[in-house]
Write a protein that binds this ligand. Sequence first.
Ligand SMILES: Cc1cc2nc3c(=O)[nH]c(=O)nc-3n(C[C@H](O)[C@H](O)[C@H](O)COP(=O)(O)OP(=O)(O)OC[C@H]3O[C@@H](n4cnc5c(N)ncnc54)[C@H](O)[C@@H]3O)c2cc1C
Length: 266
Amino acid sequence: LTHPLLIVGAGIAGLWTALKAAPQPVVLLTGAPLGEGSSTGWAQGGVAAALGPDDSAALHARDTVMAGAGLVDETAAMVLARPGPVKSARCMIWAPGLNARTDGGWALSREAAHSVARVARMKGDQAGAGILAALIEAVRAADHIEIREGWRAEALLPDLKAGCAGVLARDPDGKLAPIEAAHTVLATGSLGGLYAVTTTPWTSQGQALAMAAELGAVIRDPEFVQFHPTAIDIGRDPAPLATEALRGDGAVLVDRKGSSLHAGRA
Ligand SMILES: Cc1cc2nc3c(=O)[nH]c(=O)nc-3n(C[C@H](O)[C@H](O)[C@H](O)COP(=O)(O)OP(=O)(O)OC[C@H]3O[C@@H](n4cnc5c(N)ncnc54)[C@H](O)[C@@H]3O)c2cc1C
């Protein structure tokens, strides 16, 4: 059986793609149980989008380009900034009440590199957990999605014409099984877990990048790995964060030499 669409990974990227693919049937593979093993549930500060009255997509894009100090693709920054308000609004509507302020407006905070407050928060620092829970609920209720929890992709199946014909996956009993598909989406997250100390789940080890490279894919920009600037050095891996709710409200960070910097403008 060849499935029309196979998605590997159940963080925000995999879950969102699976929902958007409707009514096309989707097989969704996730190595960890749904809701676990993904950076998405760990995201704290929120969704950056031009939602405030003093903001615009152009200003958001300009700040993004400035923050990258010459490394940002300007077209990509504009694409990121433009649909942001609509998409994030939709996410938040899926999780009603999480972003609520008494006056009904957005709870926005200002973080590093943003010239205005534009990080929409949920319940303080629970943005990722809230969005993930809402997406999982929607995916579980969707008839077009078959969820396979505990199925870990280990290699891509080669196809002479299309390049990729699906994946070779390990099922929950430890057996290897091919899953053939006309289209395969790899949404397995970061590779931060390869480092000695990370702020992502340690299971995020870039396996899909390795699988794609093995099949001959050209890997673009692998050096861009997210690390949080406010991790606390207490000998734990992954390192815990000083909550982004503090940063968003302008907390001052002090390092062990006593130097301080304003977290919101770091
Ligand atoms: C501590 C922290 C705070 C953050 N704060 C913010 C924030 O405030 N705002 C913001 O915009 N972003 C934030 N981020 C970044 C954001 O969380 C990530 O960019 C985003 O969640 C990545 O989503 P993803 O779907 O690509 O990957 P993930 O959410 O990591 O999902 C990967 C999925 O792939 C699965 N998987 C991996 N390998 C395999 C395999 N071989 N087979 C099957 N399944 C596999 C995993 O189980 C998981 O389901 C933060 C990240 C962290 C870690």
